[in-house]
Design a protein around this ligand. Structure first.
Ligand code: PAF
Length: 277
């Protein structure tokens, strides 16, 4: 497995890399969820093709400097995970390698990114789109894998691929869950035992709500189950159109019920598809 820390080193390695090239973009701190994305990338690349992982904590997608500073950096363990999962090459650039001091061009998205997680994270999805486009260009990948857990991010990237005519296949990976239903996240580790025991209620709430037929009932059912716990604070709980992610109060097409819930200062997200039938 090669490691490229500069664009020049990456380019040298790419010259002899068999296609298809499937990229898994990450910010490091790899966990079981990332390992599953890497395994799916290998399935698509086949034994003949190549799997690349990028590890880059992208400063322009953080709206709070403290979050950027506190973001976990676990390079040695990350490289070990990549090796164990048969990754061919890792791109691990420094900030200066990715962004010129006087950079002045960004990708902006102004529909799908406005609500849900985007509502309180100004500029976040523009930062994600910009770095992902750069990683697509730099790695010259044919396909890239993204988790469905961050469904707003996935939708924004799919829209970027469509609107900018990128010739890259986006491969979604279904949300991975612990046996009790809680969506896997590196943040789960920060929950206290009591919070962790309570957190599967988020999934239970979404499942119960998805059995209801009206938008109002869907929202009220989920809200009641989540708010019954004294440990939770809802950041948002919204029903949105699955295509444009705009809030809706009627189920006239497939929708997504999405939420972000605080346990103390740990913010967990989850969602469920509400089919239109
Ligand atoms: O999901 C992530 O880890 C990041 O947003 C991504 C896609 C690697 C871009 O920095």
């Amino acid at each position: 497995m090669w490691i490229a820390r500069s664009k020049t080193e990456l380019q040298k390695n790419l010259d002899s890399l068999p296609r298809p090239i499937v990229l898994v973009p990450t910010m490091g701190a790899l966990h079981l969820g990332h390992a599953a994305l890497i395994d799916l990338a290998r399935k698509h690349a086949g034994t003949e093709g190549s799997v690349l992982v990028s590890i880059f904590v992208n400063p322009i997608q953080f709206d709070k400097p403290a979050d950027l500073e506190n973001y976990p950096r676990t390079e040695d363990e990350d490289l070990e995970t990549c090796k164990t999962h048969g990754v061919d090459g890792v791109f691990l650039p420094e900030i200066g390698e990715m962004y010129s001091k006087d950079r002045s061009i960004m990708v902006t998205e102004n529909q799908l990114s406005q609500d849900l997680c985007g509502a309180t994270r100004s500029g976040h999805f523009d930062g994600v789109c910009t770095v992902v486009l750069k990683l697509f260009n730099l790695t010259q990948c044919d396909a890239a894998v993204f988790g469905e857990k961050d469904f707003q991010q996935l939708a924004v990237i799919q829209r970027m691929v469509r609107d900018l005519d990128l010739h890259i296949q986006i491969i979604p990976h279904p949300t991975l869950r612990v046996a009790d239903g809680l969506a896997m996240s590196s943040r789960n580790r920060r929950l206290t035992l009591e919070q962790r025991a309570d957190a599967p209620r988020i999934r239970k709430a979404l499942l119960a709500a998805s059995q209801k037929s009206s938008a109002a009932e869907i929202i009220s059912t989920a809200r009641e189950i989540i708010e019954t716990s004294p440990l939770t604070t809802i950041d948002y709980l919204k029903l949105v159109n699955a295509e444009n992610l705009q809030p809706t109060d009627q189920i006239t097409s497939t929708c997504i019920l999405a939420c972000a819930v605080f346990y103390g200062d740990v913010r967990l997200i989850d969602h469920i598809k509400i089919p239109y039938c």
